[in-house]
Ligand binder design. Structure first.
Ligand SMILES: [Zn+2]
Ligand SMILES: [Zn+2]
Length: 239
């Protein structure tokens, strides 16, 4: 009920128009979807050194529970991608799922290597929200993305698995965006916990925008502590 009211309000205050060209009707028109600048960030998420698929480099790997980070476009304020992410995060735009699916599809067309890589027995786990945040927002945007990702034509996932339970955010951490970079990691200490049966061996964490990487790092740490062998992350963009 609350979700329906929220969506109604969102439609009232934020009518649908293309975030690329302003044309009425949909959030991204066909032309703008076609022109959308898909780009795999091929560098280490921690030091930005060039690396294959976004793998953590040899210099950083000893200190990184995360093996790599795959993102599909660059986050730049003023671009359609950034506007769509704003819609998604702050206007409760749950309906963006099909659009993300099309963007992932384009991404896999441009980078079939990533699709091949994903075929390799990954289990997809959306970065969980704390129960209170989930109630406030009405949905977990990372779950919408994880489903869009595995359902995207060409994703390669032979039997796409998205785990929706077992991994939890137990601390109601302050909103990361309001914190300074060095405060973010401390804010996330012990925030995530694995409470499922046995933890999958290869995990692809899914989140929307990855800024400092503190969230996926803390999540990966918890999954490794629970016995995961390898944890990667995938998101829309590095912010
Ligand atoms: Zn357009
Ligand atoms: Zn590095």
């Amino acid at each position: 009920m609350l979700g329906a009211v929220r969506r109604w309000l969102a439609d009232l205050f934020f009518p649908l128009e293309c975030r690329g060209c302003g044309k009425d009707g949909q959030r991204l028109c066909r032309d703008c979807l076609f022109r959308f600048p898909i780009r795999l960030a091929e560098c280490c998420p921690w030091c930005a050194r060039e690396s294959n698929l976004g793998q953590v480099c040899l210099g950083c790997i000893d200190d990184s529970p995360l093996s790599g980070l795959i993102t599909i476009f660059d986050y730049q304020v003023g671009t359609p991608g950034a506007a769509l992410i704003q819609d998604f995060k702050y206007q409760f735009a749950r309906d963006l799922g099909p659009l993300w699916r099309r963007l992932f599809q384009r991404f896999f067309e441009v980078y079939p290597l990533v699709a091949n890589f994903l075929q390799d027995s990954f289990v997809f786990i959306p970065v969980p929200l704390h129960a209170r945040r989930l109630r406030e927002r009405g949905f977990n945007q990372a779950l919408v993305l994880a489903n869009a990702l595995v359902q995207a034509p060409g994703s390669g996932a032979p039997s796409p698995v998205v785990l929706e339970s077992g991994f939890y955010r137990i601390l109601p951490t302050a909103q990361q965006a309001r914190l300074a970079k060095n405060e973010r990691q401390a804010n996330l200490q012990g925030a995530f916990v694995w409470q499922g049966a046995s933890v999958p061996s290869r995990i692809m964490l899914v989140d929307d925008v990855i800024t400092t990487g503190a969230t996926v790092r803390a999540a990966a740490e918890a999954l490794k502590a629970a016995g995961a062998q390898e944890v990667w992350a995938m998101g829309l963009a590095r912010g």
